[in-house]
Design a protein around this ligand. Structure first.
Ligand SMILES: [Zn+2]
Length: 491
């Protein structure tokens, strides 16, 4: 909560509260650069302890680069400390704008002259908007860059674990970890077990050591201290939940001194399907505890385990979004009407080559290719980032093709979602989304999410780029009239 107050001061520097605090505590700088002062008020001390959490998770999103110190500030988000590791020949007090060229991109020559090759690769991953908006601080643990109490809490826990990290690895006895690793648990469940074994769940006893304002008491019963074992097994309320769980366990009959012992016993006792039920129930009980702590909606106890079925076949969130967004009928590319142009874009990612290839193709009502293009993005292996840049690339190559309406199709549901429902997101990808929206504002453009089958041409082009490793510049009037030819070649 304290970090949330600090976040407000960062995002709303003109609010009354921020102006009063600024006048008193950081008249010559901004909140980001403000520091703790001896003898200051309790309020300011508290905000400063929230700021420590905030500092660990915020970074600059490069807009025009004028406010960001190239050496001291955190802005290279994929570097280990979000700052350059190696540098030389940098002018004093150098701002990031020094490395931008007039065309709204990175000046690779200047970057190479001042930074280590590793830093250059990481800097080139950062998208730059040609509109050069002001620089902005964003919250890196959240996808959209906005601070939430929940992710702030986890960030605080991470800081806490860092402090006690020396006790990790090696202490986990009984060879349990390899057993966990071999089973087909979902990654989040595996991670959850890992945290239990490393005593790293953010229970109140643990948290109160670092953050004195947090009470040690169990949020469920309000009587005993909340250790891992109490939160997941010993608490009166939790025992009731275990009885209702699919395994109907009687916690009072199970003897163990800590969670590690209980996990070892259970892994020896249960066969595959029961073990899955056990881990899922454990997870459900922990989630319910968090829902209570964060004031989220909770399931009534008798419904809580409805979703606990031992299978790993549930579809991912993005699949569900994509199903919801797509009408069931259209399974192939459909030409636009005579007055429109259709733009399809896609991205292919190669982790091995540490790059992605984006592609775009414009076709008319006869299916004739009017223009196409393929572009390499070195160092970018994040799907959402690559797909959004593919849409932007497509809008660029389509910018001077005449058509009353431009229909812009992509199979990336999350990107189309962001284009259709602009939010207040402030993460770096939003720069690309904003550029797409501003380019689209100049003409009649509609963004549509389609299935992969309807996007075959763009898909094949991007794949081809990955294989051929050649940069292909734009060519007017592409030779292939039918999209089938490329599909035969590459799928
Ligand atoms: Zn309790």
């Amino acid at each position: 909560m304290l970090a949330k107050q600090a976040w407000k001061l960062v995002q709303e520097p003109r609010s009354l509260c921020a102006r009063v605090l600024k006048a008193k505590y950081y008249p010559l700088s901004d909140f980001y650069h403000s520091t703790r002062r001896r003898g200051s008020s309790y309020l300011w001390q508290s905000i400063m302890s929230g700021k420590r959490v905030l500092d660990s998770g915020t970074a600059w999103r490069v807009g025009n680069g004028e406010t960001i110190d190239a050496i001291k500030d955190k802005w290279i988000t994929s570097a280990s400390f979000m700052k350059p590791v190696g540098y030389s020949n940098i002018p004093t007090d150098c701002r990031v704008c020094y490395f931008l060229n007039d065309g709204g991109g990175w000046d690779e020559r200047k970057l190479a002259a001042c930074f280590s090759p590793e830093d250059v690769v990481n800097v080139l991953k950062l998208p730059i908007s040609r509109n050069l908006p002001p620089d902005k601080l964003f919250w890196t643990p959240e996808k959209r860059g906005l601070y939430t109490v929940k992710s702030g809490y986890y960030q605080a826990c991470k800081l806490l674990n860092m402090g006690s990290a020396s006790s990790s690895s090696g202490t986990v006895s009984n060879g349990l970890w390899p057993k966990i690793w071999r089973r087909s648990f979902q990654p989040k469940h595996r991670h959850f077990l890992w945290r239990i074994l490393h005593e790293a769940l953010p229970c109140n006893v643990k948290l109160s050591i670092r953050v004195p304002e947090v009470s040690k008491t169990c949020p469920r019963c309000g009587v005993e201290d909340e250790t891992q074992l109490h939160a997941l097994k010993e608490c009166e309320a939790v025992r009731g939940l275990w009885l209702l769980s699919p395994l109907s366990l009687r916690g009072d009959l199970i003897m163990c001194r800590n969670m590690e012992e209980w996990l070892v016993q259970s892994f020896n006792l249960f066969k595959e399907d029961k073990l899955q039920l056990f881990v899922l129930s454990l997870w459900t009980i922990w989630c319910d505890r968090n829902n209570l702590v964060f004031g989220n909606r909770r399931q009534p106890p008798d419904e809580m385990f409805r979703y606990v079925i031992p299978s790993n076949c549930d579809s991912s969130a993005s699949d569900r979004v994509s199903k919801a967004l797509t009408p069931a009928a259209n399974h192939q590319w459909i030409p636009p009407d005579a007055r429109s142009v259709k733009l399809n874009s896609d991205a292919a990612i190669s982790l091995a080559k540490n790059c992605s290839v984006i592609s775009a193709v414009c076709r008319n009502s006869h299916g004739t290719v009017l223009r196409w293009g393929v572009k390499f993005l070195h160092g970018i292996t994040d799907a959402e980032s690559a797909e959004s840049q593919a849409v932007l690339f497509g809008l660029h190559i389509a910018s001077d093709i005449y058509g009353e309406r431009l229909i812009c199709e992509s199979d990336a549901a999350n990107v189309i979602n962001r284009l259709l429902h602009p939010s207040h997101a402030i993460d770096p990808i939003q720069l690309v989304i904003d550029d797409c929206i501003s380019l689209a504002a100049a003409r009649n453009v509609s963004f549509i999410h389609v299935r992969r089958q309807c996007n075959q041409f763009a898909h094949a082009l991007a794949k081809w780029g990955i294989f051929s490793e050649k940069i292909v510049s734009l060519t007017v009037k592409f030779l292939f009239r039918s999209m089938n030819l490329l599909i035969v070649l590459f799928d």
